[in-house]
Design a protein around this ligand. Structure first.
Ligand code: ATP
Length: 209
């Protein structure tokens, strides 16, 4: 049985994350995709803007609202329960121990693929998973693949372009702080959660309402 691991800051989770996890999971014929919010991001010294419990809650809301023909998508809180920087290799090892017999595929956008050669214990990580990459606007996938294959001498599976490739959490946070509408970017329950908590400088309603 094969399952996917899709990690990220999810600060906040947006429609691009959910659609990519579902589309790539479906294309690869995965039984389930685990979405793993980072606890303490090793590559972002300032950390995330929202807390781990808030990011996890938003992810769970988005997944509850999501329904399509793709594989089930499940939020995993592992990295919020570990102290210190969150390394994907630790998460993969934990999931492999708790799911014996499952082969894991690591689903990464082109931006993450380009970064992967610098990740903690990268060789240990890529030995334990099949790396599946998808294209994303703003990052040259071919260049990222060459960097990856040069570092690890291992092939990357290419899973096509992300459905909403020009959407990012950075853009979502910018829109929220500027009072611009975000209903096409976020699921309604995630937007409601953000406005209720006043996250990312968002007001109770978009400007103009
Ligand atoms: P930020 O703008 O804060 O850097 P982000 O939108 O890039 O955030 P992350 O949480 O850092 O999102 O990304 C998690 C994973 O989701 C990565 O593999 C990334 O490539 C992928 N991803 C992010 N946005 C999209 C998108 N619009 N379509 C497909 N995949 C995406």
């Amino acid at each position: 049985m094969r399952c996917g691991i899709f990690g990220g800051s999810f600060d906040p989770v947006h429609n691009g994350h959910v659609q990519a996890a579902s589309a790539v999971g479906g294309m690869r014929g995965l039984k389930r995709v685990y979405l793993v919010p980072v606890g303490q991001p090793p590559h972002k010294p300032d950390g995330c803007e929202a807390s781990f419990p808030e990011r996890l809650a938003m992810l769970q809301l988005a997944l509850r609202e999501h329904a399509d023909a793709g594989p089930p998508l499940e939020a995993v809180d592992l990295e919020g329960r570990r102290a210190g920087p969150s390394y994907t290799v630790d998460t993969v090892e934990h999931l492999r121990r708790s799911h014996p017999g499952v082969q894991f595929e690591l689903l990464v956008g082109a931006d993450m693929l380009a970064d992967l050669p610098r990740w903690e214990r990268g060789p240990d990580l890529v030995r334990q998973v099949c790396v599946v990459a998808f294209g994303r606007a703003g990052t040259a996938l071919d260049q990222a693949r060459r960097a990856f294959q040069g570092a690890f001498e291992q092939e990357v599976v290419y899973a096509g372009e992300a459905p909403l490739a020009d959407l990012s959490s950075t853009e979502v946070r910018r829109c929220l702080a500027a009072g611009e509408p975000v209903e096409r970017l976020l699921s309604p329950s995630v937007e409601a959660f953000i406005r209720e908590k006043g996250l990312y400088g968002a007001g109770p309603q978009p400007a103009g309402n």
